[in-house]
Design a protein around this ligand. Structure first.
Ligand code: GTP
Ligand code: MG
Length: 201
């Protein structure tokens, strides 16, 4: 039975890991380049249109945003990385901030790394995934905006991406095809979360 979210509410925006809510519940964080659709996918999963703030302009999400789901687990919306229009110094600051979060947040059960299904694998994304893997942080790859391609194009693009991942990872991380428009992938992700939640200690 797929899990459905009954209640989702915004908790806090934190400027540092030390300021985040208590690390006593399973946590799933959304990460990826600016504008890839992190906030939109959180709204899709929770069935709320405006829970996480979205924007056509990259760089909308700035802090570590915690949402409490069914009083039981957390979803986290993170700022996007690799946004070229942000000055280099600020970009490096954000990247460091994200890496500290990934390494120090002890209740992080899975990092959802989002990539736009229309784009070829980007070196920056593959390098980030490699770094996450090397640090033994569980992650999954979520392909976003699948509604923008024809089904056969999506299949081709995902197949190509998974081949790239196979060159780096064994076993392959879980992958999900998603869309915030037609809700594709929602049940699969919620089932995955439910499964991982059961093992949380
Ligand atoms: P930052 O917070 O700036 O890092 O961006 P983000 O990754 O949170 O992206 P956001 O959810 O704000 O979405 C960016 C833009 O992409 C918005 O205009 C969304 O409407 C659009 N978008 C997001 N997901 C989808 C999708 O699945 N399909 C389509 N067609 N558009 C999407
Ligand atoms: Mg966002």
């Amino acid at each position: 039975m797929p899990l459905t979210i009954k209640k989702a509410r915004f908790l806090t925006s934190s400027i540092a890991v030390s300021k985040c809510p208590p690390a006593n519940r399973p946590e799933y964080a959304f990460i990826g380049r600016s504008n890839v659709g992190k906030s939109s996918l959180i709204n899709t999963l929770t069935n709320q249109k405006t829970l996480a703030k979205t924007s056509v302009k990259p760089g909308k999400t700035r802090l570590i945003n915690h949402f409490l789901i069914d009083e039981n687990w957390y979803l986290v919306d993170l700022p996007g990385y690799g946004y070229a229009q942000v000055p280099k110094a600020e970009r490096e600051k954000w990247e460091k901030f994200i890496r500290i979060y990934v390494l120090e947040r002890v209740n992080l059960c899975c990092l959802f790394i989002l990539v736009d299904v229309r784009h070829d694998a980007l070196q920056a994304d593959l390098e980030f995934m490699t770094w996450v893997g090397e640090n033994q942080v569980p992650f999954a790859v979520l392909f976003t905006k699948a509604d923008k391609l024809k089904p056969e194009e999506t299949e081709m693009a995902v197949g190509k991406y998974r081949s790239r991942l196979k060159e780096i990872f064994d076993p392959l991380p879980p992958t999900f095809i998603t869309s915030a428009i037609d809700f594709r992938g929602r049940n699969e992700i919620l089932e995955f979360i439910e499964h991982v939640n059961r093992d949380f200690k």
